[in-house]
Design a protein around this ligand. Structure first.
Ligand code: PLP
Length: 232
C-alpha cells in the first residue's frame, strides 16, 4: 500500500470515529482530498485508493493538473479565493466552488458556466469568527446572499463553507463550528434547501463533524506537509 493510500485509510477511520462519537452516520460526511501544491501523481495515487473528489486553491495550478488527469473521473472543487479575472476558468473547469462571498463573483460564474455542463455547485464562504481581513461574507449577510445566489440560473447553491482560525482545543474549535451550523439551520428554516456544510481540515475535522459538518477538506493528513515554494 502506498503512503497516500494508508493515509487515506487513516483519515477515513478518523471520520468514521468522529461520526460515531457524534451519533452520526459515517456516510453523512464526505471527504474532499486537498491536493494543492501536489502533482498529478499524488492525485493518481489517491484515486487508485478510491478517492474521487479533490480540492484545489490555486486555479491555474488546478487547471493544469486537470488537463493531465482528464482521463480519470475526478470531481474538482475550487476552495481558494476567486478573483474576477479567474471566474471563467472556475466556471469552465470545476464541479464545485466553495468560496463564493460576493454577488458579483456569483453572477460572473453563472454567466460563464458553459451550457453543456451541469450547474456549478457553490457554497457561500462565511467569515464565521469575524477576522477583519478574512475572506467570507459576514454571518449577518449570508441569508441575503443565499437568496440572490439561489436565483442564478447556472449555479446550484449547496451550502456554507468556513475556515476558522486554528483553535487551541476541541471545545473552542467546536464552538466556532457550531456558529456555522446555527447559520446553516437558520438559512434552511427560511426555505433554502442547503445540504452541505463544508468545514473541518486536518487539525480540526473531529470538532467540525461534531458540530454538523457534511464535508471535510483534508490535505496534510493525506498528502503530507506542503512546500509552498513549489506552488505556482
Ligand atoms: C489547504 C486547505 C485545506 C486543507 O488543509 P489541511 O490542514 O492541509 O488539511 C482545507 N481547506 C482550505 C480552504 C485550504 O486552503
Amino acid at each position: 500500500m502506498t503512503t497516500i493510500a494508508a493515509n487515506l485509510e487513516t483519515v477515513r477511520k478518523r471520520i468514521a470515529a468522529a461520526c460515531l462519537a457524534a451519533g452520526r452516520e459515517p456516510g453523512d460526511v464526505r471527504l474532499l482530498a486537498v491536493s494543492k501544491t501536489f502533482g498529478p501523481e499524488a492525485v493518481i495515487e489517491a484515486h487508485a485508493a478510491g478517492q474521487t473528489a479533490f480540492g484545489e486553491n490555486y486555479i491555474q495550478e488546478a487547471v493544469e493538473k486537470m488537463a493531465v488527469l482528464s482521463h480519470l473521473p475526478l470531481e474538482w472543487h475550487c476552495i481558494g479565493p476567486i478573483q474576477s479575472n479567474k471566474t471563467r476558468l472556475v466556471a469552465q473547469h470545476f464541479a464545485w466552488a466553495h468560496t463564493v462571498d460576493r454577488l458579483k463573483i456569483a453572477q460572473r460564474l453563472s454567466e460563464q458556466r458553459p451550457p453543456e455542463l451541469p450547474p456549478l455547485q457553490v457554497c457561500i464562504q462565511v467569515n464565521v469568527d469575524g477576522g477583519p481581513t478574512k475572506s467570507g461574507v459576514a454571518p449577518a449577510e449570508a441569508l441575503a446572499l443565499a437568496r440572490e445566489l439561489a436565483a442564478l440560473p447556472r449555479l446550484r447553491l449547496r451550502g456554507l463553507m468556513c475556515i476558522p482560525e486554528p483553535a487551541p482545543d476541541f471545545v473552542a474549535a467546536r464552538a466556532v463550528f457550531m456558529r456555522a451550523k446555527a447559520l446553516f439551520d437558520q438559512i434552511n428554516s427560511e426555505g433554502l434547501a442547503l445540504d452541505t456544510l463544508s468545514m473541518g481540515m486536518t487539525a480540526d475535522l473531529e470538532a467540525a463533524i461534531d458540530a454538523g459538518s457534511t464535508l471535510v477538506r483534508v490535505g496534510t493528513a493525506i498528502f503530507g506537509g506542503r512546500s509552498y515554494a513549489s506552488a505556482i
